[in-house]
Ligand binder design. Sequence first.
Ligand code: UDP
Length: 454
Amino acid sequence: MEQRKGRRLILFPVPFQGHINPMLELANILHLKGFSITIIHTNFNSLNPSSHPHFTFHSIPDGLSESEASSKDILFLISVLTAKCVEPFRECLASLLSDVSEDPVACLISDAIFHFAQSVADSLKVPRVVLRTGGASSFTVFAAFPLLREKGYFPIPDSRLEEPVAEFPHLKVKDLPVIKGCDSEEYFQLADGMSNGTKSSRGLIFNTFEDLEEQALGKIRQEFPIPIFPIGPFHNCFPAASSSLPLATEDKSCISWLNGQAPKSVVYVSYGSIVAIKEAQFLEIAWGLANSKQPFLWVIRPDSIHGGSQWLELLPNEFLENLNGRGHIVKWSPQKEVLSHAAIGVFWTHSGWNSTLESICEGVPMICMPCFTDQMVNARYVSNVWKVGLQLEPGAERGEIERTIRKLMVEKEGEEIRARSLKLMEKANLCFKQDGSSYQSLDGLVKHILSLES
Ligand code: UDP
C-alpha cells in the first residue's frame, strides 16, 4: 500500500447491486492509493460496515415508506430516492466536512445518477468527481437524448425498431437505452440531470478501458469540459471481497458443482440483480437449456419471475426429472468466481455493464438478452462491435435458444467468437500493467484529486 496521503474521500453510491459493487471496488483502489475512505449510504439496501472495516460508514435516512422500498420499479425508486435524499445527504456531508478530527476531505465521489449531489457539493464548496458505473458508449447515447428527442426518435414506434440510428451508426433504433413502455418525461429528466450534473463536476471516472471504448471516450472528451478517467475494469485492479448486498447470499455450492464439469462445457445463466421475466419466457429458457444438452448453472433470484411465482412451482416434473445433475440452480452466485472457473463455456447475460466487463475479463463469450436501458447498447457492442457474443431477441423461444447455445458452444461461428473473446481478455488484462492505459489514468486521477481545491 502507498503511504497515507492524509486526505479523505467521501463516496456516495446509488443503492443497487450494479452500482454498489463498482463504487466499493473504486473505494478499495483509492484506499490502496493512500486515501482514507468515508462512505455515505442510504438505509435502503444499506451496506454492512463489518465487511469493509478499513472504511468509515455513515447511513442517512432516505424516507422511503415500506411500500416504496418494496417496489420493483427501478425508475420509481430512483426518483423517490433522488427527491428524498437531498436534505439528509446535505446534512451528513456538511457534518463530515466540518469534522476537524478527521483527515481533510479532498473531494466527494458520487454516482452519476444521484445528480442532486452536484448542487449539494457546490453549496458546501466541496469538489465533486462523478463515477459512472455504466459503459462509456451508452453514456454518449444518454448525453445525446436532447438531440435524439428533437429528431423524433421517442417514443420509439414499432415500425422503426430495425432502422439504424444515424447519430450512432453501431445502433439500431431498438437499442436506444430506454425502459420500454416507460420512456416518460421523468426518465429523460433523470438522464439530462446525469449528463448536466456531470458537466458541472470536476471529473468523470469510468469503469472501462481505452482499448474497449476508445471512440466513445474520445466523444465524451470532446463534449464534456472535464477530465475523463477510464480506470477499469475495477475488479481486475482490485479483486474485491464480496460486496453483495445483505439481501443476496452467495451460494457457493455452485463452485463444487462446477468442479465436476468438463472444461468450457457449462452455460452460466444470470440476469443480474434487477431484471425480472415473464413466466412464459422463463419456461422457454428452461426448455431451451434442457434441449441444448449442455450443462448449465442458472441463477434464479426469488423475485426474478413476474407475478411472484417460484421456479420450483413453475418447472414441470418432466423437466426436473430429466436433468440428471446436468443443471444446477442457485438464488445468487459468486459471479466473478463462477466466470473465472475453467468449466464455464458461455455466459447468458442480461448485458448489465458489470456482468459484461466481468465476462470480458475472463474471456467468456456471451449470449446477450438485454431488457432495458443501457443493456441494449452493451449487448449491441458485444455482438456487433467487439463480436464476442450473440444476441437473443426478447421473447426468444426454446428452438432459437437451443440453436444459439449450440452455435456458440460447438459450431464454427462460436470458435471465432471464442478466439476474439480471448484476445479481448488479453487487452483487458494489459491495461493494468505498468504503463497500461488504466494504470496511467489511475495515476492521473490520484494527481487530479490531490490538486483539487474547493
Ligand atoms: N452478481 C453476483 N451474483 C449473481 C448475479 C450477479 O454476484 O448471481 C453480481 C455481478 O457479478 C455484477 C452485479 O451483480 O457485479 C450485477 O451488475 P450488472 O451491472 O451486471 O447488472 P444489474 O444487476 O445492475 O442489472
